[in-house]
Every structure is written in structure tokens, then in C-alpha cells.
Design a protein around this ligand. Structure first.
Ligand code: DP6
Length: 324
């Protein structure tokens, strides 16, 4: 086997968050989640299988890479080899078209693109839900970067049943994510360590128990294009996740003063009539969720705040695709 393929996948922003695993090894999440793919931003990954190579190789943004990044890729490819009965070693060449440290995690798009490229390069064709489940093994949120548009990941209880699916295509609604970057500093505690300590917070049980009802509200708000309903549930879910983070052992405080300044400005702008709400992942940068109609105004207000270094903007994106 000496096949090669190139795939592209978008990162995504969660409206209802994934935080904590029921099964750490398989990345079966404690609760379902819901997200939007981010158009215009992508990871492009070429995978080539070699019969005669002695080890897997990684070239990241043009640089031959070893250490933890290569180890994580090898662990994921090991899972693909085992589950799909593949032999051979891979060369993985991967590139992001968006900057690191801008509040957009690259693990979702990276593991979605890696999975789709590796499967295609091996000459296999798998249904989308299987590709999503396989991508999940590399990074939980990568399962949501396989289908297109607005995407739900139902927690499931097994490898086969824990996958993401599209609930509406990217053209369903012109939601825009304006990312307000308040810090480019790399986070000390990544998502993986964070998931592992989520259950040490007494609030996690409550967050998980009520997640299904927030998903139902969020899904209905998206399908009805009801922004004010969407705004309330998205902010509440983000606040709940951060309450869990802050009260776990060790405590994880991702918010900076600039994050709080933005959160309160976003609430004020909404009260003034703009369609905008906030959500934050495992970092201080604030995703200001708005519609295309209000995006220019939101971006210019965000940029006028002294705490904001730069902004990034993305609408709803399509699925992970083989592009070569
Ligand atoms: C806060 O998918 O990055 O962004 O499975 O360890 O790679 P790993 O974690 P990851 O966790 C994402 C956490 C989050 C919320 C979300 O995207 O749902």
C-alpha cells in the first residue's frame, strides 16, 4: 500500500460545550455538544502510506516535527491501523491557514483532516458517521469537524455510537463568529488535562445532567433562527463550563480581565439591540457570535476596546473533504 490523499477540515466553535469524558481512552464525552464549523479557516493534511518505512513522520507547517505533536499523531494512526486493519507507516504533512494562539483550537480541524486523509489514502471509503467516530479518538471536538455546517455530537456510550452529525447545512443561517483575541499566550493547561479533572468539580454533575435540555433549546433556536434564544443558552452553557473549570482540582481559570470586559460589553450591546452573544473555550479569547447583518458593527465595537489585540472572523463552514 503506497496511497496518498489530501483532506481539508475546518475548526469549529461549540455553542454547547464538551467538557469531561465518560471514557477518557475512547473520548466518549460525559455530555453531548453542538457546534458550528468555521468557514475560511482550515487545516490541510496530506497523508501518504508507506509499506517499507520504519516509522511515522510528521511535517507541521513546513517543519519536520517530533516530540508530543508527533506522539499524538502516532497514537491516533495506531488506532486507525488497529481498527481498520491497516499496516504500513505514514508521512503526515499538515498546515493550518489560521494563526496559533488566536483562540481557535487546531486539534479539531487537524484530527478531522488527518482521519479523512488517512482513510482515503488507504483506499477506503467510510460513511461520515464512522469517519466522525474515528476522528473523535484523536480529539473529541474533531468528531464535530467531519460533518458540515451546524453539527451535533450525541454523547453515545460506545465507540460506534459516539459520533457527530449535521443538523443544518452552512447556508441554513448566516451566523458569524468574530473572535476577539485578548491574549496570544499559549494556555498552560490544555483541554486533555482539563477533561480529566472536570469530574472533581461538584458542579460538573449538574452541568452534565442539564446538558441535554440546553442542546434541545440550542438546536431548536438554530433551526428556528431565533437569535435571542440562542444567545441566552450559548452564554449560559459557556458560563457553566467555566464554573466547572474554576472549581475543579486543580482550579482552571482561563478568563483574563479583557475576557470579562468583552463579556460585559457583549451583554450591553445585545441589550442595545445588536444580535450578539459570547462563548469562551479553554482560553481567554472571546468568540462573539453574531449574524452577518450585525458582524461589521460587532467587529468594529470589539476592535475599539483597548484589551483586544486583533480579531478573526468566520461564517458557517462545510464538511471535511478530500481535496486531492
Ligand atoms: C473547551 O476536543 O480540544 O473547546 O479531546 O482532549 O482534544 P481533546 O479535547 P478538545 O476539547 C474541547 C473543549 C472545548 C469545548 C468544545 O469544543 O466543545
Amino acid at each position: 500500500m503506497n496511497g496518498t490523499a489530501i483532506a481539508r477540515a475546518h475548526p469549529n466553535i461549540a455553542f454547547i460545550k464538551y467538557w469531561g469524558n465518560a471514557d477518557e481512552r475512547l473520548r466518549i464525552p460525559s455530555n453531548g455538544s453542538l457546534s458550528m464549523n468555521l468557514d475560511g479557516l482550515y487545516t490541510e493534511t496530506r497523508v501518504t502510506w508507506f509499506n517499507d518505512a520504519d516509522r511515522d513522520r510528521l511535517i507541521l507547517n513546513g517543519q519536520p516535527t517530533t516530540g508530543p505533536a508527533l506522539d499524538r499523531v502516532v497514537r491516533h494512526v495506531d488506532q486507525l491501523r488497529e481498527r481498520l486493519g491497516l499496516t504500513g507507516k505514514v508521512e503526515v504533512e499538515s498546515r493550518n491557514n489560521f494563526p496559533m494562539g488566536a483562540g481557535i483550537a487546531s486539534s479539531a480541524s487537524s484530527f478531522a483532516a488527518l482521519t479523512v486523509a488517512a482513510v482515503s489514502a488507504a483506499g477506503l471509503e467510510l460513511p461520515e458517521h464512522e469517519l466522525s467516530a474515528l476522528a473523535r479518538l484523536g480529539s473529541g471536538s474533531a468528531s464535530r469537524s467531519v460533518p458540515g455546517g451546524y453539527v451535533e455530537w450525541a454523547a453515545g456510550g460506545t465507540h460506534q455510537s459516539s459520533f457527530a452529525f449535521s443538523i443544518a447545512g452552512p447556508d441554513h443561517w448566516d451566523i458569524v463568529d468574530v473572535v476577539a483575541v485578548v491574549s496570544e499566550v499559549h494556555k498552560d493547561v490544555g483541554s486533555r488535562e482539563g477533561h480529566a479533572v472536570a469530574s472533581t468539580s461538584e458542579f460538573q454533575r449538574e452541568r452534565v445532567a442539564t446538558a441535554t435540555s440546553r442542546i434541545d433549546i440550542c438546536r431548536a433556536a438554530l433551526l428556528d433562527r431565533d437569535f435571542s434564544r440562542l444567545a441566552r443558552v450559548v452564554e449560559h452553557d459557556s458560563d457553566m463550563m467555566h464554573a466547572v473549570m474554576m472549581t475543579s482540582t486543580p482550579p482552571l481559570f482561563y478568563w483574563l480581565p479583557g475576557s470579562l470586559e468583552l463579556m460585559s460589553a457583549v451583554r450591553r450591546w445585545r441589550a442595545e439591540g445588536l444580535n450578539v452573544c459570547y462563548t469562551l473555550d479553554a482560553g481567554p479569547n472571546v468568540h462573539c457570535i453574531t449574524t452577518s447583518e450585525d458582524a461589521d458593527e460587532v467587529e468594529s465595537r470589539v476592535r475599539s476596546l483597548g484589551c483586544v489585540h486583533t480579531t478573526l472572523r468566520a461564517g458557517a463552514g462545510g464538511p471535511a473533504l478530500v481535496v486531492g
